[in-house]
Design a protein around this ligand. Structure first.
Ligand code: ACO
Length: 362
């Protein structure tokens, strides 16, 4: 038995390869650095769904269908009531997705891709006491998310940054939420049920929920001069530094660099708080040095969540919404894995080792 199933191979996939030793992520034969340079979110959706669904469309058509689907799912925003608004955004997204019909077809897949992209901006506006903004189907998914959030057309740099984020996190091997999606898909429950399982697995701080705490950490550190003592004391208390370490990567997470590149675009467009950036760089360098000293046997480097925090903060998403933005981007990976699992047709049913009392003793 391997605790946490570390290094256990539990699926064959054609979708993505996470090479932890080389620090490389390949999505359907394309390395992440090429993907962020040349592909849009819609391109990656087409790439990941190719061959898995009847009637998958080429990019322009897909963009149109996804836009129409955003307009359709907007009707569900009416279901958000005051009691729901007390919940964290990702919980509201989950509750709204639970109302959608289940299925295994292209229509269901598009509905699930559109749903969190429409629900999150509406939830954030309602939480601020503002009226939700209806989608603009002709826009790209990234441009529309930002338009629905702020009720104004975003800049090119902002759209490019969000698009890079969505591409970067679209898929990542057999992570906890994707595994949850595949387990549910293996029961033939349908794509909506699989996505609901995945979104539940995404909530905790150990997977997907870390970028908010990364900003809390930066706030607590406060100044560059304070970084060394604050980080040292946090480790003395047995805490983990948010945004560092990874189960698979033993070197730098390539997604961190992809997002750092997107941030540079926003810096060039003068849309990033430079003080915050300089503080983050100081915290990153100091944390790497301290972790190397304290955990010499465990290579710990920066992970995707660190730069996610800075990027989403620069795009003006509140920190309690970060997990929801992650869900918008990762839904395509969950759907593709669920479909791949259904095609394989085998129910996932591992075994456990009983370590409780024997019947007589009990
Ligand atoms: N800060 C300090 N110490 C750490 C950190 C960290 N961020 N990450 C791991 N360690 C230490 C552990 O305490 C452990 O030390 P020990 O052997 O002395 O007890 C050692 O490194 C090995 O850690 P594991 O628990 O084996 O690492 P695991 O593979 O289970 O955890 C994880 C990976 C959960 C990401 C971990 O690194 C962590 O908690 N990081 C902080 C939270 C975070 O950034 N989460 C986002 C991950 S990215 C994503 O999900 C998309």
């Amino acid at each position: 038995m391997k605790n946490g199933l570390e290094d256990v191979v539990a699926a064959e996939t054609q979708l993505s390869d996470v090479n932890g030793e080389a620090g490389q992520l390949v999505i359907r034969g394309v390395s992440l650095d090429r993907l962020v340079e040349y592909a849009s979110y819609e391109d990656v959706v087409a790439l990941l769904l190719d061959g898995l669904l009847e009637g998958v469309l080429e990019k322009d058509n897909l963009r149109k269908r996804l836009g129409q689907m955003r307009a359709e799912v907007f009707a569900h925003v009416r279901a958000i009531d005051d009691e729901m608004l007390e919940l964290p955004p990702v919980d509201i997204i989950r509750a709204l997705i639970a109302r959608l019909v289940d299925g295994d077809d292209l229509e269901t897949a598009l509905r699930l891709l559109a749903a969190p992209a429409v629900f999150l901006p509406a939830i954030l506006r309602l939480k601020r006491g503002e009226t939700p903004v209806a989608p603009t189907p002709s826009l790209s998914q990234s441009a529309d998310i930002l338009t629905m959030l702020d009720a104004t057309l975003p800049s090119k740099a902002q759209v490019a940054a969000l698009d890079t984020y969505l591409v970067t996190i679209s898929d990542h091997g057999l992570n906890a939420s994707t595994f949850a999606a595949r387990v549910v898909a293996s029961t033939k429950a349908g794509l909506t049920s699989s996505v609901l399982a995945a979104i539940s697995a995404l909530k905790g701080p150990l997977h997907g929920g870390a970028p908010g705490p990364v900003l809390d950490m930066l706030d607590a550190v406060g100044t560059r001069e304070n970084a060394e003592s604050w980080l040292g004391q946090a480790l003395d208390r047995g805490e983990r530094l948010m945004g560092f370490g990874h189960r698979v990567y033993r070197v730098r997470d390539p997604r961190a660099d992809a997002l750092k590149g997107a941030l540079k675009l926003m810096i060039a467009a003068d849309q990033v708080d430079l003080d915050r950036m300089h503080l983050a760089e100081a915290v990153e360098q100091t944390a790497l040095a301290i972790l190397k000293e304290r955990k010499p046997n465990r290579p710990l480097d920066v992970n995707v969540e660190f730069y996610t925090a800075l990027l989403l903060d620069a795009l003006k998403f509140p920190r309690d919404a970060f997990t929801g933005v992650f869900a918008i981007g990762r839904t395509i990976g969950w759907i593709a894995h669920a479909l791949e699992q259904s095609l394989d047709g085998r129910l996932i049913r591992p075994r456990s080792v009983y370590v409780g009392p024997l019947p007589q003793a009990a």
